[in-house]
Ligand binder design. Structure first.
Ligand SMILES: Nc1nc2c(ncn2[C@@H]2O[C@H](COP(=O)(O)OP(=O)(O)OP(=O)(O)O)[C@@H](O)[C@H]2O)c(=O)[nH]1
Ligand SMILES: [Mg+2]
Length: 560
């Protein structure tokens, strides 16, 4: 058993440390929060050292840890990951001294909640080193968000009437009931979403809706969404420290396993928040990468996603075993959300191994890129024009490709259903042929890591003679989507490629809206589900590619 005393040991004599170590030999009856003897010894030692002294006691009454603080606070050791099922108590109670007569502090109660302790107890100490009052607090399953706990009336520490065994049994059954209510979505990650509206940003509603869609696609159950407005991001935690505590408490209360932030966290913020909780800490980009990892099918795609995940994760990994962090740390954990990559990769593998893996992946991908170049070279050599379909995710790109070519590319009501470029042939009259390529969807704020993961697709677009930009015209946020796509195309240096715009999902539009678009937008209104709507679009493509005049075979059919 570990017999180390942790905390503020500076300036203590060897004999004082020895006597603290002797606290490990104490035992407490499971039915008492603290025994009269232990309370007396903690108080005396604490008065002598002018520092708070605390112990973590397990349910059998054994002392699991001894720590020392300063006169006003104490820092808990890393008590390790939760054992047992989700939302279980850790089976430890904190008993410590208070030198200034104070009852339980906000820090005490926050630790109680975030570490899921059985109880937190403070013993006040008088000038002579005698224990005066015992304050005990425990969690309650249905308390308010910002204070999910209850404080019991103070008692004399040497004659407490509290039956601790009974208290713990009551807590277990109360929280067990709350958990059973939540057990129906087994197998899904349960998340709390945090959206921070910065400055005068006005797209919060759309961003939250999109984050929910991403969660649905990733198989994440959203338990609640917290929104905070701030003039600018807090450099340390994105949100303020107090708000972060509220978020973590809320997550605990709902039985969430992870918290997902939007906008993205900087590496420093991700580390600082992970340090303050053992919940999984993710952001929007990690969520998107997770979806990519689930959807990648080709060897190329899988390697690219893994590489992007590693690159994103490395600066965010936190060192484990930081003994003195007040709370415990963790990223990834089981192979679930955020830890799901092709192969064995978990985010928690250590940095050095992660970097080695990055180097290896880069090498492999370089080889594959060479093969790809060769394939494309052969294709372009045959002089077949190439059309690349691009657009916001879920716009209907794959559906359009399928309808145009009677193919069976995967189309689904998911974000990023398509990851690997798929090409099909399409025949035009006069023995003319084109290759149409479906591409990965775009999304606003496409981070650098994702752009790199798109590389295969982007190369396809560079080769294209014509881009077909598909827009889900029925999406209330369509203008934002168009701006995002155009911005990304410009960033990629594809802004000058010939492009036609397609307003898709016309079947979902009000008739007036469809007509208005057709007349004033300069694009083509179609429903990818209905081939009969494709005529004008095909005509435009034909003209664009073969610079045909007005009298083309398609035109003749259309105007007959
Ligand atoms: N009502 C209607 N639904 C459509 C139409 N086109 C596509 N959809 C639906 O929209 C959803 C997304 O279609 P996909 O073809 O997978 O979209 P995508 O642009 O390829 O999406 P990602 O590959 O995920 O970026 C699917 O549920 C389609 O059935 C349309 O014209 N009308
Ligand atoms: Mg698709």
């Amino acid at each position: 058993m570990q017999e180390e005393v942790t905390g503020n040991l500076a300036g203590l004599k060897a004999s004082e440390i020895k006597s603290l170590e002797r606290l490990y030999r104490r035992r407490v009856a499971p039915s008492e929060v603290v025994s009269s003897e232990l309370a007396t010894q903690l108080a005396a030692t604490s008065a002598e050292l002018h520092r708070q002294v605390g112990v973590l006691i397990d349910r059998r009454g054994a002392i699991q840890h001894v720590m020392v603080g300063d006169a006003s606070k104490i820092v808990l050791p890393d008590v390790g990951r939760m054992r047992g099922g989700k939302g279980r108590f850790r089976g430890l109670r904190l008993v410590h001294t208070h030198l200034r007569g104070e009852s339980l502090t906000r820090d005490d109660l926050t630790d109680l909640a975030l570490l899921r302790l059985d109880a937190v107890a403070a013993i006040t100490v008088d000038a002579a080193g005698r224990p005066m009052k015992l304050f005990v607090g425990h969690l309650v399953a249905d308390g308010p968000v910002d204070r999910p706990w209850k404080e019991l009336p103070a008692e004399p520490p040497t004659a407490s009437q509290l039956d601790f065994t009974e208290l713990v049994a009551g807590l277990e059954s109360e929280f067990g009931r709350a958990r059973r209510g939540a057990a129906t979505d087994a197998g899904k990650d349960r998340a709390l979403l945090v959206h921070v509206q910065l400055g005068r940003a006005r797209d919060s509603e759309a961003r939250i809706a999109e984050l929910r869609e991403l969660c649905r696609t990733a198989g994440v159950k959203v338990l609640d969404v917290l929104v905070q407005r701030r003039p600018e991001a807090d450099p340390r935690f994105l949100v303020g420290r107090g708000k972060l505590d509220d978020i973590l408490l809320r997550a605990m209360q709902l039985g969430a396993e992870c918290v997902i932030f939007d906008p993205d966290l900087t590496p420093g913020q991700a580390r600082a928040i992970s340090d303050a909780t053992e919940l999984k800490v993710l952001d929007r980009t990690m969520l998107i990468l997770d979806i990519f990892a689930q959807h990648a099918t080709s060897r190329d795609g899988k390697l690219q996603v893994e590489l992007a995940q590693l690159r994103y994760a490395i600066p965010r990994l936190i060192e484990k075993n930081t003994m003195m962090s007040r709370l415990t740390a963790g990223v990834g954990g089981k192979a679930g959300l955020g830890g799901r990559g092709p192969g064995e990769t978990k985010l928690e593998i250590n940095r050095r191994r992660a970097r080695e893996r990055v180097n290896l992946l880069e090498k492999k991908l370089e080889e594959l890129a060479g093969d790809r170049r060769l394939r494309r070279h052969r294709r372009t050599h045959r002089d077949v024009p190439i059309i690349a379909i691009c657009g916001y995710t879920n716009a209907g790109k794959s559906t359009l490709l399928n309808s145009l070519t009677q193919g069976d590319a995967l189309a689904a009501d998911k974000l990023f259903a398509t990851l690997d470029p798929i090409s099909r042939r399409l025949r035009f009259p006069h023995e003319r042929e084109v290759v149409i390529t479906d591409t990965v969807g775009f999304i606003r704020d496409l981070p650098e890591e994702l752009t790199r993961a798109f590389r295969a697709t982007l190369e396809e677009m560079e080769d294209a003679d014509l881009l077909v930009h598909v827009v889900d015209a029925s999406d209330p946020d369509r203008d934002q989507h168009i701006r995002a796509v155009e911005g990304i195309l410009n960033d990629l240096g594809l802004g000058d490629k010939p492009r036609v715009q397609v307003w898709n999902k016309a079947d979902r539009l009000e008739p007036g809206d469809a007509e208005h678009l057709a007349r004033h937008s300069g694009g083509f209104v179609v429903s990818a589900l209905d081939r009969a709507t494709f005529g004008p679009l095909l005509l435009a493509i034909e003209r664009e590619l073969w610079h045909a005049g007005k009298d083309t075979p398609i035109a003749r059919v259309l105007h007959a």
